[in-house]
Write a protein that binds this ligand. Structure first.
Ligand code: SAM
Ligand code: SF4
Length: 480
């Protein structure tokens, strides 16, 4: 618990918390003669969780985190390579940091994560002031690489492992509100979606020992946390086997849910080809497993899904949605990822994506224009032949439909009671608290006498497409 106060990462953009364009930076902790480490993290929740591992490794090597980039001894950018604009952003940031480095020559700059893995030592040639390049499986080696860089050599380790899960490293909770935390349950991805760089930057899929996951969740609960999110690129393919014993994702969910009915359990990301009815029934069985599923679609057209190598078609996806509705009902929230303008996508195929949104009535979506990534199967096999303006127009149409549906879904909740876990003070008003409902909807309400970490029943009175607003009706100490 002592870590929690000082070591927080600032969420710069709250509205798109999970979206790949979010950036988080470290905050100050007491230095007490230690060297100062500034970490700026880009990309998905997995990257933010990795920065917590990095902070832990570096603390053991004598570093304390800082929010002050100008006075840092060591700067790490934990990067994302998923789309070209994510990489451009990091390059722009590196040129800004170069200005600081020129004034402070002893300062070291490291590029970590997916962009480091994708470009490897090429990054040192391209970005001359970078001293350290470290891939997602080499974070244990960071103290050595930093020492090497301190002697003037460049430190590079982009070795991808088949075993590394950092199971024994206790992450330092960055960005901590003291209430919600992320737990990595697996690393890498074996799926080879043709557009995606992740299998090349994060390596083969491997699942973490379930008992280390359980211990981490129990420790968090003991420290006062009330919600954990289990993270993986495809949580449904989680599989742990040791001699006769094996644990699948449904089993893991159940183990974590049993810690306490007061600990909410979330998970991300589900994959349409792997999410089983067993998982859906486990969600149904435990009130503290949140009724919210992020189920990326990527396209609503079967031919496009096939060339994306998603290994399911439109009918399969809709059958999974129908199963969610059959087992968990209309109250279960579902969100999606959708890509506009993938190679060879016709107008008619694009309209299939729009009609999928209309059929499913997703609560929320993360929507992107296709960005060709060098080295991926799509880049090798297909021409990136949809003009940029067409991609942007299709993306805008997808966003428009989703915004309207998100608003409709939220309007349905007006007049209902939603159980909110209070996460903090609203950015707009000190008088209001903000938290999330079981269905992962952001809810704002007058704080009255409630505290951060309380479960509060909130009567919903108004909404936008992104947020619900209401007032507290009673405090609910335990979920039933
Ligand atoms: N593992 C998750 C899955 O299978 O859906 C998603 C991981 S990825 C970090 C997040 C999202 O980025 C993907 O679901 C996809 O919509 C989007 N994405 C990945 N590669 C992309 C590309 N080349 N261009 C545009 N969007 C992309
Ligand atoms: Fe990328 Fe597909 Fe793996 Fe998701 S499942 S990380 S989209 S390869």
């Amino acid at each position: 618990m002592e870590h929690r106060i000082a070591e927080t990462l600032k969420i710069l953009s709250d509205s798109d918390k999970q979206a790949c364009e979010t950036v988080r930076t470290t905050e100050n902790e007491p230095f007490l003669g230690k060297k100062r480490l500034f970490i700026e993290s880009y990309g998905c929740q997995m990257n933010f969780a990795d920065s917590e591992i990095v902070a832990s490794v570096m603390r053991d090597a004598g570093f304390a985190t800082t929010a002050d980039v100008d006075n840092a001894d060591l700067i790490f950018l934990n990067t994302c390579a998923i789309r070209d604009n994510a990489e451009q952003r990091v390059r722009k940031r590196l040129s800004q940091l170069n200005v600081i480095k020129k004034k402070k020559p002893g300062m070291l700059i490291g590029v970590l994560g997916c962009m480091a893995e994708r470009l490897k030592s090429k990054l040192l040639d391209e970005e001359k002031m970078v001293d350290i390049v470290t891939g997602p499986d080499a974070y244990r080696d960071l103290p050595r690489l930093v020492e090497e860089a301190e002697t003037g050599q460049k430190g590079v380790n982009v070795f991808l492992s088949r075993e590394e899960t950092y199971a024994d490293i206790s992450p330092i909770r960055l960005n901590s509100n003291g209430v919600t935390a992320m737990i990595s349950i697996m690393r890498g991805c074996d799926n080879m979606c043709s557009f995606c760089v992740v299998p090349y930057t994060r390596g083969r899929e491997r699942s973490r020992d379930p008992y280390s996951i359980l211990k981490e969740a129990e420790d968090l609960f003991r420290e006062g946390y009330k919600e954990v999110t289990l993270l993986g690129q495809n949580v449904d393919s989680y599989k742990w086997k040791q001699s006769e014993a094996s644990v699948n994702f449904a089993g893991l969910l159940e183990m974590v849910a049993k810690i306490s009915p007061e600990l909410r359990v979330r998970f991300s990301t589900s994959h349409p080809k792997d999410i089983t009815d067993e998982v859906l029934y486990t969600i149904k069985k435990y009130d503290n497993i949140c009724k919210y599923i992020h189920l990326p679609a990527q396209s609503g057209n079967s031919r496009v899904l096939e060339i994306m190598n998603r290994t399911y078609d439109r009918e399969w996806y809709l059958e999974r949605i129908d199963s969610i509705r059959r087992i968990l009902g209309d109250d279960c929230a579902v969100s999606h990822d959708m890509i506009a303008g993938f190679c060879t996508e016709t107008e008619e195929e694009h309209r299939d994506s729009l009609s999928l949104l209309e059929y499913v009535k997703f609560d929320f979506g993360y929507m992107f224009a296709y960005s060709e990534r060098p080295g991926t199967p799509a880049a090798k096999k297909f021409a990136d032949d949809i003009p940029a303006d067409v991609k942007q127009r299709r993306l805008a149409e997808i966003i428009d439909v989703q915004q309207r549906i998100s608003l409709e879904r939220n309007q349905k909740l007006i007049g209902t009671l939603q159980k909110i876990l209070v996460e903090g003070t609203s950015k707009r008003s000190k008088e209001d608290f903000t938290g999330r409902s079981d269905q992962n909807k952001r809810v704002v309400f007058p704080r009255e006498h409630y505290k951060i970490g309380d479960y509060v029943d909130v009567m919903i009175t108004e909404c936008t497409a992104a947020t619900l607003r209401g007032h507290a009706v009673s405090e609910v100490p335990v979920l039933h």
